[in-house]
Structure formats: C-alpha cells, structure tokens
Design a binder for this molecule. Structure first.
Ligand SMILES: [Ca+2]
Length: 472
C-alpha cells in the first residue's frame, strides 16, 4: 500500500541533518506509550498487514525487545497498575494503592517526572490521564489531559492521535522559539488503539475486514473459566465469537494503529525540523497487550502471549545499538533506563532494572524468567522455552512448549512426562512471585468447577457493551 512515502524517506535521511543537536550532553527522551497495543502491533514487529511506516523506522534504526511485559494487574483496568509501575519503577504489588503498599508524604519525589526534573529535564505529558496514574502525571511540569476514551459523548475520538501530535509539535516549536537549552522528557500517552476503535476515515479505508485472516489461536469460546470471563472488555464481542465480528474488530484496530503511526510521523518530522532528532532517544511501547479473538478472548485480562500482558517495546536514538533482544523485560525497567540516560539518581524501592547495558550491546539479559499475574485468578512463569499458567481458583495448570507452539494451542499439562517440568516451573513461580511481593496463593481450599458457558442471550450478563466504532 502506498502511504506517506515522502515522510518515511525524510526520516531515513534524518541523520544527515540536525548535526548541532548532538553537541548536547544529555539526550532528549520521547516516550510514545500506546494503549492496548499488541506486541505484534506494527508491520515491522511481525504483522505484515499493518501499515506503520513511521514507527517501523524505529525498529529499523534501534533495538526491539520481543519479550517485554507489564507485570500484572489486581483490577480489570490493567492500564492503571501498568502505567503506575512504569512511572514508579515498582512491581505491581508495591505501587501506590496496592494492598499492603506503603506510602509517604515525600513519595512524589520518587516518581519518574520528578526524578527527570532533578536531573535537569523539562518534563511534559499529553494524553491518557484517568487510568494513567494521575498522582504521577501531575508531577510533570506540564500535563495535558486528553483521555478521549469515549467517556463523554462529545469526545472526538477519531482525531485524538491528531490532537496529541498537534500538541506535541506546538510544544517543540515553543521550545525552539524560546531557545530552550534543557533537554526534554516527553511522555505521549495516546489512548489508542484502545476501544472505541475510531480513526479518521482514510485509515479505516485501508483495511478490508474480509481480507484479514484469523489468528491460529482463534476460538469461538475460551475452553474454561479463567476467573474473568465476563469483564467489560470480553463483552465487546458476542458469544460465541464469530469470524465476521473478529475480522471487523481487527480491521478497526488496525485503522487506529495506522492513524497513530501517521501522526507520530508528523512529530518525527518536527523533531527533524527543529534540529532535535539526532539527540533524541525515542521509545515506543504500550501499557498492555490485547486479545483480538485468540483463545476466544477479547480483553487484556489474561496471561497468554498473544494476550494481555505482552507489549511492544522499541528504543532508538543516540548510543542505542541496532537489533533485536529476546531478554525478559518489564515496562517498569523503563524507569531506571530513562534515569540512566538522564544521569539521574534512581530512588530506593525501584524494582525495575536498567536496560541500558542491553541497549549498548554489553549484556543480553537482565533476568532469567518472566512472571506475570492477574488478580487472584491467574499467575504465569516462563523461560526461553516453557510456559506455565496457573489458575488457582479452579485448580488448573497449563503448560506450553513455546518454541514448538508459540500460539499456545497445545496444553501439555496432563501428559505424564510433563510432571517434572510443572514441578520445576511451579517452584520457580513461587520464588519469583515472593520476590515481587505477591502473596496470592497458587492453590485455594475450595476450587470452583473449571467448566464455563457464556451467559445466555438476553440476560444482564450477556448485555453487550456497544462497540462505539460506529461513532466515527
Ligand atoms: Ca491499556
């Protein structure tokens, strides 16, 4: 598909211009942190159907982390603990507001915007607010709330990527006009491609639902009760899930991703025009992933790889090696990473680990296993090959060989030869969850039946939350 080629060419030639910016000692940081953006949600991240030429340039220039996750959520709104972990650097069990977490009056000094300010940065935020950890966002020198989450009827959802780009470009121009000498830390938080999935018409026209193939993991119904079967997001599609609806939802999702990419390209062009491109580290990531029909699910309240906790992460800019890392990393690792870029002091209590050694090509990993959790009903642990998901409330365990089965289609847990592997991974899970302050048990006294049937049509539970995609 022909799309915005001139801008892409400009971006690829960008290192030729803006040479003076490299003289600055501290790099600028722009963090574009999307909402419900799947780990494979760019053309260059493995989805050939998606048209994302601008964000793809980051993948071409920088380092892609293929195994980045948000650690978990104690509530259905996975966004909130995820964004809080990112801005505090702490595990999901130790963030402000988590049960048992301690708070103190000076806590705001340990939030990322304050830490960056103390290191001499101008801090600026635009975008998602309500579920984005307001206590941390208000510590930015400027914060522009543009949730556009469809909470108000007048919200013009289709143009929110445009508004965020306009705001960012205006800020960059004002810095140029004022000859601002401080480096910047910009946090752009588009509430996209989170539903309602409405983008400008030109982007919807790029995707014909009929031509979108279903995921190999598509199922009409999830085969058992994972403890969160009828949460808001799961009601965005009918039960049983249909091929036509799933394709339409994917098409609308893709349109929102491409719309975001287009407007991100405008920000990139302004960075080049303002002479800041060469000295700016750009990070693209998301607060959580999303199932779009995989395993019969449509939310982020699950621990599958093509599901809720797995997110994209790409870092590009001065001093960052080019390539791909399979290291197990968390979004909370961005806190000490940004601090290291900035020469800032990392406060006590940060659980994340700096990714700078990986970004500079000096290390290949920061941890051996990857653990995630959701409420009291799901826990998982994985290594390079094996993944275990535990559902304590129904006394069920899944085991997948990810090297042979990346879509988690074949549960090996019932096979006698899996017993040792399950024991080993369960021990590892117990150890790892303790490290991060997670006291939720992997077994309960009275497990409930695993069988699940969708609510009957016409009952309150089955009432479908209207997908507001028609409000274009
Ligand atoms: Ca989200």
């Amino acid at each position: 598909m022909k799309y915005n080629i001139a801008l892409v060419v400009t971006l690829l030639l960008a290192p030729i211009v803006a040479l003076h910016a490299a003289e600055k000692s501290k790099p600028n940081i722009i963090h574009i942190h999307a909402d419900d953006h799947r780990a494979d949600g760019l053309h260059a991240l493995g989805n050939p159907l998606l048209v994302t030429p601008n964000l793809d340039t980051l993948v071409e220039r920088g380092m892609t982390f293929t195994h980045c996750y948000t650690m978990g959520s104690m509530i259905g709104a996975v966004c909130t603990p995820s964004r809080t972990m990112m801005l505090t650097g702490r595990s999901w069990q130790r963030i402000p507001g988590a049960p048992g977490a301690t708070a103190n009056a000076k806590e705001a000094n340990t939030f990322l915007p304050r830490v960056m300010q103390a290191a001499g940065y101008q801090t600026w935020h635009i975008g998602k607010y309500g579920n984005g950890f307001p206590a941390g966002l208000k510590e930015f020198e400027t914060t522009i709330n543009d949730d556009a989450h469809g909470n108000t009827p007048e919200t013009d959802r289709a143009h929110c990527s445009q508004r965020l780009a306009d705001g960012t470009i205006k800020f960059l121009k004002s810095r140029s006009a004022a000859k601002e000498s401080k480096p910047f830390y910009i946090y752009i938080a588009p509430p996209v491609p989170h539903d309602p999935r409405s983008a400008e018409d030109q982007f919807h026209k790029l995707y014909d639902p009929a031509k979108i193939p279903l995921s190999p993991a598509f199922l009409p119904l999830h085969p058992f009760d994972n403890g969160e079967m009828t949460v808001r997001d799961e009601k965005l599609a009918p039960w049983p899930r249909t091929e036509a609806d799933t394709k339409q939802q994917n098409a609308d999702y893709y349109a929102c991703v491409t719309g975001l990419d287009y407007h991100v390209g405008r920000i990139f062009a302004e960075l080049i025009a303002s002479g800041e491109w060469e000295n700016t580290i750009i990070i693209f990531s998301a607060d959580n992933g999303l199932s779009l029909g995989e395993h019969g699910l449509f939310g982020k309240q699950n621990l599958y790889e093509f599901g809720g906790m797995h997110v994209p992460l790409v870092v590009a800019g001065p001093g960052v090696s080019k390539g791909k890392s399979e290291a197990f990393v968390y979004l909370m690792d961005l806190f000490p990473t940004f601090a290291e870029f900035a020469g800032a002091t990392v406060p006590a209590g940060v659980d994340g680990k700096s990714l700078v050694p990986i970004l500079k090509g000096k290390e290949t990993k920061v941890r051996d296993v990857l653990y995630t959790g959701y409420r009291n009903c799901q826990r998982s642990i994985r290594d390079e090959r094996w993944k275990l998901i535990r559902y304590p409330l129904i006394n069920k365990t899944q085991l997948f060989d990810l090297s042979a089965d990346p879509h988690e289609l074949t549960d090996l847990a019932a096979k006698p030869e899996s017993a040792d592997k399950i024991k080993q991974l369960t021990t590892q899970l117990e150890k790892t969850k303790k490290e991060f302050g997670d006291a939720i048990p992997l077994e309960v006294e009275n497990p409930t039946p695993a069988a699940w049937n969708p609510p009957a049509a016409g009952t309150g539970e089955a009432k479908k939350v209207k997908n507001k995609k028609l409000k274009k």
